[in-house]
Design a protein around this ligand. Structure first.
Ligand code: URA
Length: 443
């Protein structure tokens, strides 16, 4: 039941304090209250301190599915919606669209091989991405290490590239869900990021406004993920899948393991190099497995059921699309990638089986080496990061290289070494308990 509004002397239909009290006292917000508060916050009528009180009340008291769906719709309504319905395939028929969103992980370069791989089967992939903040890397930071590549495209350029090549990875324009942009920045500094209804509506408002027909969510679980525990990750995945379906987007989520970094590289240029290995038919097993699995899900959601994405990685079809996609955005697909000026090796302390390699600690080290940023205006170093020489399950000998730290600024080595000093757990005997990369599928 919603609390009665006492109205507002300013001519606004509600008073922010009434809306805050409603949620503080564990009542449901009405559709009209939600529409108003999101819109009034975007217009600057609701102040930051009022919205942060409301966000905290939502974090503490939750929202029903109806409230979360309405909040999402209100954030979508704050900006523009893209429309890909005019896209046509080679046969002149409407071209299906599919997108993927990852909740963020360490060494998560999957978008890079995935977008051209799915496009190789005639599905258009409009991948609007972001830059990294904190220990998880950003897709745009990785691609910007390719000489000449540019992230900013107009809507017309994006549509034209999608029509010609089928895949585009670019920066989300400021017109999509501006309410979320403002609210996310506020949540970041008020301890209110971790509210599942707010995370779900934040992610889904951008994806629904982007106009994709289908969406596959990669919800990470583990030390390197936003959600450390499986029950919370599952709740987030279920909430987002329900929001997507309500909005007519064919949505599926995979819960995937982020206890250890994906692949053998964590950084920007070195993750692009690993992507090229995958697109050339090689690359680390876990990166290939997740890329292929997500491609199968995206293709099935988009109505393509007879595809063999693993084969398209081996025979160069995905690489062809990658080269065209990079060149279309000014990048040189043949350029050699920037290298860090300095390196330092971390060695195994004992003989035994590497049973754990903690994703969060490696992510923090890569960030401290200069691969990530502390404030959103900070630059990143293209060549910085961590190159792993062994993954959990491998037998290592004392004195063997475990990882190489890379940076242009050697004064960063000390803090990075501190971050990784107990990242690796080596057991004298036995083997690493089997951990599935894909934990579950939620549809
Ligand atoms: N990513 C988003 O886009 N929004 C959130 O709230 C959390 C992660």
């Amino acid at each position: 039941m919603s609390a009665q509004s006492t109205g507002s002397p300013s001519g606004e239909p509600f008073d922010a304090v009434d809306v805050i009290r409603t949620k503080r006292d564990r009542h449901e917000l009405s559709d009209a209250q939600i529409d108003w508060v999101v819109d009034a916050y975007t217009r600057g009528v609701v102040a930051d301190e009022q919205m942060s009180a409301l966000a905290m009340a939502i974090l503490l008291n939750g929202m029903t599915h109806r409230e979360t769906a309405r909040w999402t719709a209100a954030m979508i309504a704050s900006g523009e919606r893209l429309d890909f319905s005019g896209l046509r395939g080679a046969n002149g028929h409407p071209r299906p669209t599919a997108d993927k969103h990852s909740t963020g992980g360490v060494g998560d370069k999957i978008t890079l091989p995935l977008a051209p791989l799915v496009a190789a089967f005639g599905v258009a992939v409009p991948q609007l991405s972001g830059r990294g903040l904190g220990h998880t890397g950003g897709t745009l930071d990785k691609l910007e290490s390719i000489p000449g590549w540019r992230a900013a495209l107009s809507n017309e350029e994006m549509l034209s590239q999608l029509g010609d090549i089928g895949a585009v990875i670019c920066a989300a324009g400021s017109g999509l869900a501006p309410a979320d942009k403002k609210l996310y920045a506020l949540r970041d500094v008020t301890g209110t990021v971790e509210a599942i209804p707010l995370i779900a509506s934040s992610i889904m408002s951008k994806k629904i406004a982007e106009g994709t027909g289908s969406l596959v969510l990669d919800v990470k679980v583990g030390s390197g993920a936003f959600m450390k525990d499986e029950a919370q990750a599952r709740e987030l995945a279920e909430t987002m899948v329900a929001l997507g379906k309500d909005a007519g987007v064919n949505t599926v989520a995979l819960l995937t393991n982020m206890a250890t970094p994906l692949g053998l590289t964590v950084g920007n240029a070195i993750e692009v190099e690993e992507t090229l290995e995958v697109l050339a038919g090689g690359g680390p097993e876990d990166v290939v497995e997740l890329t292929v699995r997500l491609a199968e899900e995206m293709l099935a959601c988009a109505g393509v059921h007879d595809a063999d994405p693993a084969q398209a990685l081996k025979d160069g079809r995905a690489m062809d699309v990658w080269r065209r996609m990079i060149a279309a955005q000014g990048g040189d697909p043949d350029a050699s990638m920037p290298r860090a000026k300095e390196s330092e090796v971390v060695y195994a302390a004992a003989d035994g089986v590497l049973v754990e390699l903690d994703a969060l600690k490696i992510g923090v080290a890569a960030w401290r080496l200069g691969a990530g940023r502390a404030r959103k205006e900070d630059p990143v170093q293209a060549g910085a990061g961590v190159r792993l020489h062994a993954k959990p399950g491998a037998f290592v000998r004392a004195g063997e290289p475990l990882m190489t730290l890379l940076t242009d600024t050697p004064e960063r080595f000390g803090r990075a070494r501190e971050a990784v000093q107990d990242a690796a757990v080596i057991a004298p005997a036995g083997s690493r308990p089997a951990q599935r990369l894909v934990i579950d599928r939620i549809a």
